[in-house]
Structures are given as structure tokens and as C-alpha cells.
Write a protein that binds this ligand. Structure first.
Ligand code: XIL
Length: 345
């Protein structure tokens, strides 16, 4: 029998994949077969985000999310909801009145409550856990100046957790963010988790997105965050794991010389050099071993996609890249770091 990720890690954590709509509707049978074979947890890559599922006031679009939930239910998978409140991919109407001005705090609270209640109620009993609030804190530990924060203030987070728990008392509830190894951000999340718990609110887990690179984070900082989050009493999850194989490009980098720009966008036009690939696999092996070391507190590892060709990293932080961040290559072959691990080599 073939060794599979979900069997290999079954005493450690569940193994998840972010699933695009094209996968669920049958357009990608190869992706379907590897997900069905190797994974026991799924999360929607986009179709449950506010702009997709609630594009206009009182208008919900359920088709894709329903198909996603059915896909997971049919396969007996753990299904994760992503995400209830996020400044990005937020429907444009959500925090605005008909003139385009910010709504009042009371109106926004009511909209948050309606949104959270309606979405969670539809999938009650089917979703294992929800990313309630995504990306609320910046690297320096201050709150992101999202519409929620600007209009309601810090209170929007406890309110969101309260509404979510009322909507589905059995669902696990999570905070989720990137760059969780940065000390300022780590400390702010530890404080926030403690604060939610002190208020008697339910919080089950902290999601470390883990969009990592070849040179960040360092393993000491990464491990410190795992340990400090776990010490607050919540579960730790790697919720969006992928590791760019390309040199890090700063967000917003803008190079006027098009030759230099193309070199930066696609540094390996002839494919990934063998030594870079070897380095990538070695680093992923260390990352997986770090997770295994902490499998008493880490409950889920979700990769943000399955094979390299469908990764969002091909378009981030700039369009038209060819990146190699996922456990399967473009031919749907499992890469060496994982192949060796699950075959005990
Ligand atoms: C990304 C998706 O993968 C893309 O398809 C979409 O265009 C933008 O969002 N943090 C998150 C995810 O929480 O929802 C993001 O997903 C990646 C960063």
C-alpha cells in the first residue's frame, strides 16, 4: 500500500489542504485524487470569504461554499471555515453606508452579528472550527487599522467570538495570522488570547498561517511562538503552510528597469536549480520535524494548496511568478522531503 500523509501523521495532527472552487466542482480530478488519498482536513481557499459569500447586504451566495462543505462531508474530512472577519476580501458594502461613508459602530456590530450568525448557522454541525478573526494584529503588536478596528475599536474581536459561539456552540473558534514568529506580534496574540479567556469567551486555537520562506522565520523564533501560544492553553495550528522557493521580495517592491524586474519576479526561468530544490526540501524536513516535536500541542497542519501550479504564491507578492511552495510538484508528485518522511527513509 502507498504511504499517505494522513496515515503517517495520524497520531500527531490532521493534514489539511486549502481547496479552490475548481477542485470541488470536478475540474481537477488529479487534485481530487491526491487530496482524497493524503489529507483528512480541508479549508476553503476563497469561497467562504465575505466578498464571495456575502457580496451585498442581505445577499448570500452559497453555491460554492455548499459544494465545498459537501465535498468534505462526503469524504469524512475535518472541515475548517475560513474566515468570518477579515479586512481583506471584505465585501465593499460591509462597513459603508449608501453614500460610501463608514457606518456607525452599532450598525457594524449588527452586520457582523448577522454575517457570522447566518454563515455559521448554515453549516452548523458540519464545520469543525472557524477562523473567526483573521490578521487583526501588525508585526509591532498594534491593532491593524481595519474598518472593524477603526469603527468599533479593540472590542470587535471579543464581540466576534461571542457572536460566533452563540451561532454554533459546538464549533471550535480560532484567531489566525501570518508572521507569528515576530516577537511583537507573538506577545500581542498571547495577551489577546489571555484577554478573551479572562472574559470567559471560547477560543480553541491559534492559527499560525506559516507562509514561510527560505530565510524566514528562523527556527528558534518559530518554536518560541509555538511554545508560548500553547502555554496559554489553546491548540496551535499551522493553517496556511507554504514555503516560497524564491528569494524574498519585499511587499510593494517596484523596480523600474524591466530586466531587473523580471529577474526578481522569475529568478529561475529554466526551472528550479537542483541545489535550491535540495535546500528547500531540507528546510521543509526541518519544519515538519519541528511540528512533530510539538505534536502534543499542534493539532493540524494545513498546506495552502496541494500542487505548486495552483499556489497563490505564483501571484504574490508579484504577478507572473513561478514558485514551488507546496508538497506536490506541478506533475502532482509528492516531493522528496515528504516522500522520504512517510516512507520512513
Ligand atoms: C489568498 C488566496 O490563496 C488567493 O487565491 C486570493 O486571491 C487571496 O487570498 N492569508 C489568508 C488567505 O488568510 O485567505 C490568503 O489566501 C493568503 C494569505
Amino acid at each position: 500500500p502507498v504511504a499517505t500523509m494522513k496515515d503517517y501523521f495520524k497520531n500527531d495532527f490532521t493534514i489539511g489542504a486549502a481547496i479552490p472552487v475548481s477542485h470541488v466542482n470536478g475540474a481537477d480530478p488529479k487534485a481530487d485524487s491526491i487530496v482524497t488519498l493524503h489529507y483528512n482536513s480541508i479549508v476553503a481557499e476563497n469561497c467562504m470569504k465575505c466578498e464571495k459569500i456575502h457580496p451585498e447586504e442581505n445577499v448570500y451566495f452559497w453555491d460554492d461554499a455548499d459544494a465545498f462543505v459537501k465535498y468534505g462531508t462526503d469524504r469524512g474530512m475535518e472541515i475548517i471555515g475560513h474566515t468570518l472577519l477579515w479586512h481583506s476580501q471584505l465585501a465593499p458594502w460591509f462597513a459603508k453606508d449608501s453614500l460610501g461613508n463608514n457606518v456607525s459602530a452599532d450598525v457594524l456590530k449588527q452586520r457582523m452579528k448577522d454575517h457570522i450568525t447566518t454563515v455559521m448557522t448554515r453549516y452548523k454541525g458540519k464545520i469543525h472550527g472557524w477562523d473567526v478573526v483573521n490578521e487583526a494584529i501588525l508585526d509591532d503588536g498594534s491593532y491593524r487599522k481595519s474598518p472593524f478596528y477603526e469603527i468599533i475599536g479593540e472590542e470587535f474581536i471579543p464581540l466576534a467570538f461571542q457572536y460566533a459561539h452563540e451561532a454554533d456552540p459546538d464549533a471550535e473558534l480560532y484567531l489566525n495570522d501570518f508572521s507569528m514568529s515576530v516577537p511583537g506580534k507573538r506577545d500581542a496574540y498571547v495577551k489577546l488570547i489571555k484577554d478573551l479567556k479572562a472574559r470567559g469567551l471560547r477560543i480553541d486555537g491559534i492559527g499560525m498561517q506559516s507562509h514561510i520562506g527560505m530565510d524566514y522565520p528562523n527556527m528558534e523564533d518559530y518554536e518560541k511562538s509555538i511554545v508560548e501560544f500553547a502555554n496559554t492553553g489553546v491548540n496551535v495550528m499551522m493553517t496556511e503552510l507554504d514555503m516560497s522557493a524564491l528569494p524574498t521580495v519585499q511587499m510593494g517592491a517596484n523596480i523600474s528597469d524591466s530586466v531587473a524586474f523580471n529577474a526578481m519576479r522569475n529568478p529561475y526561468p529554466d526551472g528550479l536549480p537542483a541545489e535550491v530544490s535540495a535546500h528547500w526540501n531540507a528546510r521543509m524536513d526541518s519544519v515538519m520535524n519541528l511540528y512533530r516535536k510539538h505534536s502534543d500541542v499542534i493539532t493540524r497542519i494545513t498546506f495552502w494548496g496541494t500542487q505548486d501550479g495552483m499556489s497563490w504564491k505564483n501571484d504574490f507578492p508579484m504577478h507572473g511568478r513561478t514558485d514551488y511552495p507546496l508538497p506536490f510538484d506541478r506533475e502532482y508528485n509528492l516531493k522528496p522531503f515528504m516522500q522520504n518522511m512517510i516512507n520512513g527513509e
